[in-house]
Design a protein around this ligand. Sequence first.
Ligand SMILES: NC(=O)c1ccc[n+]([C@@H]2O[C@H](COP(=O)([O-])OP(=O)(O)OC[C@H]3O[C@@H](n4cnc5c(N)ncnc54)[C@H](O)[C@@H]3O)[C@@H](O)[C@H]2O)c1
Length: 426
Amino acid sequence: MVAKEFAFEMAASSIRFGAGSTRECGADLAEMGVKRVVVFTDPGLVRLPPVVNALESLEQNGVAFRLFDRVRVEPSSDSVQQAIEFAGAEPFDAVVAVGGGSTIDTAKIANLYNCWPADFLDYVNQPVGKGKPVPGPVKPLIAIPTTAGTGSETTGVAIFDYKPLKAKTGIAHRRLKPMLGIVDPENTRTLPPAVAASSGLDVLCHAVESYTAIPYTERPRPERPVLRPAYQGSNPISDLWSLEALRLCAAFIRRAVADPSDDEARRSMLLASSYAGIGFGNAGVHLPHGMSYPVSGLVREWRAAGYHSDHALVPHGISVILNAPAVFRFTASADPARHLEAARVLGANVDRASAEDAGRILADQLIRIMRDLSMPNGLGALGYTSSDIPALVEGTLPQHRVTKLAPRAAGPEELARLFEDSLKIW
Ligand SMILES: NC(=O)c1ccc[n+]([C@@H]2O[C@H](COP(=O)([O-])OP(=O)(O)OC[C@H]3O[C@@H](n4cnc5c(N)ncnc54)[C@H](O)[C@@H]3O)[C@@H](O)[C@H]2O)c1
């Protein structure tokens, strides 16, 4: 019999939170003796205040920089290769990422392969890649998020679309964690409402999935502590961060989307994003994220409002939330109390709820929020039909890193049913 896990470990980046703190990044680097950095951002952000302020701060502190402003929104295996090559063209001492998850993840990958060159698949999650641990420290990365958001500033995770698989996968290792996340609420002021909605729903799903993931004690015990994965299952410390993130989402997601000048709502959603990052960065996510990876990878023509891109894309948060109601109806029987607690924190009345109703109540509460935020009504609204389900299932099955954390196991038949239920949601 396989021995069960007995310990969990919390790891997160240092976080500095404050309006205007972006302007401190140059002084941070200068004090570390850093002379040359590579700055990453995407084409839609390059002329906006978050990037302008970060670059000014570097100049004022005598830190030389090279700017890569071609990050692909929703990065792919090809686009991250370009970033790796750009960074490696000249020596650098540190990396700065100013942008959403696409930018921060691209910067993590470019830093990794320049510090520890390897075949591309060596560090990529198993079973797609070899899942080799990062052999040693990477160069310092300062991550300055401009979405609220992925929480990537707190985690050792980087996600990209792996073309041969037609689904996303990633690299996950604690050594990829940024040295510092500068979390500056001024940086989300220009966020288009559609991006605020999608990235905010990503925060919400990080929180619910990490809170409902299998308990860490249900995973097999690793042979050596270094083999303990970053995503360990729900645990008492992640729970605190995830539930508080959920409370903030319930109170502020609608306001943050409706009015970008609502400072309290923007600030609270950015905090929620980092809180959820600390929670899920150690507990993990499960089926809504695992199922989202082929939804993104198989996109045909759908284009999202508010996204600067020359290619069809399903924004990450949308690809996740559309699967969430069906998933939670399915997983609730494994732990009704946790599903009801998530629903309660999100605003549902659970006073008289029975355990059998837990999944429906949580799903209905999510649907209310999705409708308030004008989400598409299911995968069908993005152009998927029943004939796509075999490919969607095939793209989900290799996502072990997350699917194994689901509180209820889902094989090919269950996944097919979950996708079917997600084609039209209301
Ligand atoms: N590393 C992790 O732990 C993790 C977690 C969740 C998601 N992800 C990944 O992150 C990516 C999604 O990142 P995201 O949701 O943060 O969005 P994003 O980085 O893809 O950006 C989305 C769009 O918003 C624009 N934008 C961003 N900030 C802006 C601002 N302040 N003002 C104006 N426009 C702005 C960008 O130019 C882009 O067009 C996906 O690839 C997803 O898989 C990573």
